[in-house]
Design a protein around this ligand. Sequence first.
Ligand SMILES: [Zn+2]
Length: 455
Amino acid sequence: MKQLFFSNALLPDGWAQNVALSIDEQGRLEHVETDMPASGRTIDGAIALPGTANLHSHAFQRAMAGLGEWRGTGAGADDSFWTWRDVMYRSLEKLTPEQVHAIAAQLYVEMLEAGFTAVGEFQYVHHQPDGRPYDRLAEMSVQLMQAAEDTGLAQTLLPVFYANGGFAGQSVQGAQLRFYNDPVRFAELVNACRSHSKDHPRTIIGIAPHSLRAVTPESLAEVVGQAGGAPIHMHIAEQVREVEDCVSWSGARPVEWLLDHHEIDPAWCLIHATHMQQSETKALAASGAVAGLCPITEANLGDGIFDGVTYSNAAGRFGVGSDSHVRIDLAEELRSLEYSQRLRDLGRNRLVSAGTANGRALFDNAAAGGAQATGQETGRIAAGSWCDVVALDSSHPVLCGKSRDNWLNGWLFSGDRSCVLDVWVSGKHLVQAGRHMKRDAIARSFAAAMEALFG
Ligand SMILES: [Zn+2]
């Protein structure tokens, strides 16, 4: 049996010293023992943390990071989420399955090096540019599963159901043809993903109705019925215009409508949920679902500010995702969430209760919420969980001289991915001294894909 030893580790009941982890053949933790005699095998100076899932990703968007940062002219001078979406749609015009594989592999290397150990991949580009399916219906999803396998990242693949281009059953058009399925073909796609995932022990298949604007009430009900207890993710209330369109269509706001029409439970993850009234925020918290927050992307797109204070006071569960991938950094994601609250409220330490370390609370929430939303048995260094561990470097300038919760305060508020030293997923040592073992080869394939797409 494989073993790892750490001088310090964050366990479910708090910090522990001289921790020995015993890992079984599948990569799960069999025993976690503390106060073990010092051993030559101890990884000195490493602070072991449970792995955190990045709960919301559109992998292909890593290729366009930075390309939306031009102010448009004419009508486009009023840049918004919707003008950014036009740029994103244009980036899809030539995208091939091989390029999706290369982009996702690069992204997943960066996630692992940043301290993420799993991803919720919200996968909506299914078909060829003219809308015809590939010979293998789940071709794009298979490429994403392969990228996760190649890099070692655990993956919850969420095939997206996208049937309409707007509320009230509008038809898809243009780039959206690559996303479109009716419920019958969607069920075939999900089944193809499920059978392919049998070869991938850390891949879970969930489902993702894209948003209320991309479904009808009937098709949403049909697709939700296909989940069978697996994670269900959905974009919701990201944009003011989306809320207004939903009210004109139904008389209700998006989160309000969803809570009224579906049994929202802990299997659900509502992505963004930015624009809610207090009653919706409290009801979402009470449902036990996870709010999938993407603070860097939400800032980049000008989406708005999530009401984290009301939600946290109601014990709402949340996790974070890097969504558009304009930046890949777990520390920065959580810091951005807290800073958005400070800038709105003109106060500090908004998301924690009195006497609590903010970094510790943000990290604990993201690890637990990410695990729940992805359905992965991770986010805890405890017997029975996967051995998904992130080790920070206690000699890093923002961590040295600190201890325990101040390591997390230091990392999240003063540090970045350079604090991450080593990462294990299913007990496999994927990142060593800050570098993924396949970083160089994967970066070369990514550069070739970028040249073909934009060169
Ligand atoms: Zn998204």
